[in-house]
Design a binder for this molecule. Structure first.
Ligand SMILES: NC(=O)c1ccc[n+]([C@@H]2O[C@H](COP(=O)([O-])OP(=O)(O)OC[C@H]3O[C@@H](n4cnc5c(N)ncnc54)[C@H](O)[C@@H]3O)[C@@H](O)[C@H]2O)c1
Length: 273
């Protein structure tokens, strides 16, 4: 970006987004860049650069190639963010990986890798950014999952990592609330991103339709739906320690599609009670 263009956006607050090269993090970055200057953080340098290019003209974004499991490179990136932008007002920790398997079939390597990215990555992101959020009375938002509030079959490591993110961020809400720093978690169901596409591509036929049938709204989320919730949490003034379900209603209770044959067969009567 040219010096003049950077100057045009110099009065905007600053947001750092991890996992910003794809899916939810990309959508969050491209949404927030309308009002914030954005540090686009991803281990995939080319993907981060592509998001910066897509944000061109709308606002000021810079790319940082960082693996969130490596504290020193995260720390170094935050140092450079502060040099470039001068402040940090909001963090959206979106970096994450999927992993399948029960406790019997998950290898110890997959377990460690999943927790390293999904849990330790959020911990380290918070650890290196909270001192700067304290200075601006800013906000920290992590993307967990509906697998952070309910069990998920055949996803032992992923489910454990996402439940732990809820605990971590709720604790942050208590630790840093008096400093004016708000900490919240977003819990999406399936979202149309490369991650979800990859899961369904590897799954038996009918899996995608099966999961769609469990959603009262009848569709998976778009990444932009999640970005709208992140924006709400960033802009909110009093939301702290909240786990925000954005799953089309699928964790609201047991759901069965009213059009499904089961309902027609049982009708309105369920015997004597
Ligand atoms: N897609 C879904 O259905 C869904 C549902 C619930 C929760 N989530 C969560 O949302 C978050 C984003 O998922 P997505 O669907 O956008 O996935 P995605 O695969 O499309 O994007 C994830 C991004 O994170 C980056 N990343 C992965 N490991 C990293 C690391 N160690 N350091 C830095 N960057 C790293 C990847 O390069 C990628 O750009 C994840 O935490 C995921 O668990 C996704």
């Amino acid at each position: 970006m040219s010096a003049t263009a950077a100057e045009n956006f110099a009065d905007r607050p600053v947001a750092l987004v991890t996992g910003a090269g794809s899916g939810i993090g990309r959508a969050v970055s491209l949404d927030l860049v309308r009002t914030h200057r954005i540090a686009v953080v991803d281990r995939d340098a080319a993907a981060a650069a592509a998001v910066v290019a897509a944000a061109g003209g709308v606002g000021h974004a810079e790319a940082y190639a960082v693996d969130v499991t490596e504290e020193e490179s995260l720390q170094d990136a935050v140092r450079r963010v502060l040099q470039t932008f001068g402040r940090l007002d909001a963090v959206a920790a979106c970096a994450g990986i999927a992993s399948g398997g029960t406790v019997e079939t998950t290898t110890l390597g997959d377990w460690h890798r999943t927790l390293a990215v999904n849990l330790t990555g959020v911990f380290l992101t918070a650890r290196v950014t909270v001192p700067h959020l304290r200075a601006t009375r800013g906000s920290f938002t992590a993307i967990a999952s509906d697998a952070g509030t309910t069990g998920a079959m055949d996803m032992a490591a992923y489910t454990a990592s996402k439940h732990a993110v809820l605990g971590l961020v709720r604790g942050m809400a208590l630790d840093f609330g008096r400093d004016g720093v708000r900490s919240n978690v977003v819990c999406p169901g399936f979202v149309e991103t490369p991650m979800a596409r990859g899961i369904f591509a590897d799954a038996p036929e009918g899996t995608e339709e099966f999961y769609r049938e469990l959603i009262p709204l009848g569709r998976f989320a778009e990444a932009e739906d999640v970005a709208a919730v992140v924006r709400h949490l960033v802009e909110s003034r009093y939301t702290n320690g909240h786990a925000y379900a954005i799953d089309g209603g699928s964790t609201a209770g047991y759901y069965r599609n009213p059009a499904a044959p089961f309902v027609a067969a049982t009708g309105g009567s369920h015997g004597e009670h």
